[in-house]
Design a protein around this ligand. Structure first.
Ligand SMILES: [Zn+2]
Length: 435
């Protein structure tokens, strides 16, 4: 299918042309055929559909670089508690009751919410990951999924599953599936749920399969203290020692970093996912994002799960990231609108392993695109569209979402997901699993 957007304002997130006024974009199959082409090119394009861009803003799809999408099942269930109490008394007992099918419906709800708020790709870490992959295939969204390489025995002892020598079935089954919309990483939940041996084996596993690792890193002060007690070094240092940082790493949080940690993350080219809302809600602290950006560390944005946020709305994360550090450091120059938008688009795409094919509006890239309706009082006058996205836009301004050249939502109507049925199923599930 060929689609032509004409007379449309474009945020490219491509450094060479961050904003184009009144331009055009052609999509052919799953790719962007051209951006701002000449009249001759447009005349010979022969689109199946022409969409007029009046009062519309076209931009790269948002990337939610760290979430647990099926935690939508636990939304608004346990709030205003300390992380450990929240996990042990509320989240883990409810998760223990979840079936694979529950995770499928929770993920579908999360994907519906993400598409409706302009997200075209996400990185997910959770249980029953085959169901998550199934939901990604059916919904048409793009995702980085990871699989835990360890199993817990008798509640305490960890044992690595022997995935080396062709037995990392999840990777074999899903990596590159759905026209390349799925990428599989190794899950290392955290250094506190692993030990030195399983950290090393996980690094070996990722190297063997030529893939990356998704990890929670230094989310809390407690994690840092306990790591020093247990390993004699903090979580970043033990990861470096065990080879975890020798592969592409998607590190969520990174709130409590030492100077040495920042040097290691920079040297090892670790991508950090800033989850400002979740870190605030759980009282974990505020990641030193301005410092990381200054050091040239790639920083993306994520919502984390819906039970510590409590939604999967990336517009809120862009807004929070752009405001939070200004207030904390009393410096309005920190994290400008363009940086915040890039964190949620091109940086996110690189962080979750799709940087060579998505993340900006450029000829030859995959067509992962969102269109905002700017004919709204809070977006009038538009003046600076990048500022509008960072400081004024709402998730409900997203009108159309395209992933891999396929329209997943148009005029706010989901095309691949039965939203009413999903909400109905999830309401039933939550009655059964909540504690
Ligand atoms: Zn998380």
């Amino acid at each position: 299918m060929k689609i032509l957007f004409k007379n449309i304002d474009i945020i490219t997130a491509d450094r060479t042309a961050p904003y184009i006024k009144n331009g055009n974009v052609g999509i052919s199959g799953d790719r962007i055929a051209f951006v701002n082409a000449s009249d001759d090119v447009i005349a010979s394009f022969g689109p199946d559909r022409v969409i007029d861009g009046k009062n519309k803003l076209l931009m790269p799809g948002l990337v939610n670089a760290h979430t647990h999408s099926a935690m939508t099942l636990l939304r608004n269930l346990a709030d205003d508690l300390a992380l450990e109490e929240w996990l042990t008394t509320k989240i883990f007992p409810a998760e223990a009751k979840m079936t694979p099918e529950d995770v499928y419906w929770g993920t579908m709800l999360g994907i519906a919410e993400m598409i409706k708020s302009g997200t075209t790709a996400f990185a997910d870490m959770y249980i029953h990951m085959d169901e998550v992959a199934k939901a990604v295939v059916e919904s048409g969204i793009r995702a980085n999924l990871c699989r835990n390489p360890i199993k817990v025995i008798e509640g305490e002892k960890l044992e690595i599953k022997n995935y080396i020598d062709g037995r990392f079935e999840y990777f074999m089954k899903w990596n590159g599936a759905a026209n390349g919309r799925i990428k599989v990483y190794v899950e290392v939940h955290s250094t506190y749920l692993f030990n030195e041996e399983t950290l090393m084996l996980s690094a070996e596993l990722a190297k063997h399969y030529g893939t990356g690792i998704h990890i929670h890193l230094l989310e809390t002060v407690k994690e840092r203290k306990e790591s020093i007690i247990n390993y004699g070094m903090d979580s970043v240092e033990i990861c470096e020692k065990c080879g975890i940082l020798d592969v592409p790493v998607l590190a969520a949080h990174c709130v409590h970093l030492s100077d040495n940690d920042i040097n290691i993350l920079k040297e090892k080219k670790v991508s950090v996912v800033h989850n400002p809302t979740s870190n605030l809600k759980l009282g974990s602290g505020i990641a030193p994002v301005p410092r990381m950006l200054k050091e040239g560390i790639l920083v993306a944005l994520g919502t984390d799960g819906a039970s510590s946020n409590n939604n999967l709305n990336m517009f809120e994360e862009i807004n929070m990231a752009a405001l939070l550090h200004k207030g904390v450091y009393m410096s309005p120059e920190l994290i400008n609108a363009e940086q915040a938008v890039c964190m949620a688009t091109i940086n996110g795409s690189k962080t979750i392993g799709f940087g060579d094919i998505t993340g900006c509006i450029k000829e030859g890239m995959k067509a992962d695109i969102v269109i905002l309706n700017t004919d709204k009082p809070h977006l009038c006058p538009l003046n600076n569209p990048i500022s509008a996205v960072a400081y004024a836009a709402q998730a409900s301004d997203v009108d159309t979402v395209i992933v891999d050249g396929r329209i997943l939502m148009e005029n706010r109507e989901l095309k691949t997901i039965d939203e009413e049925m999903i909400k109905h199923r999830v309401r039933d599930i939550t009655k059964r699993i909540r504690v």
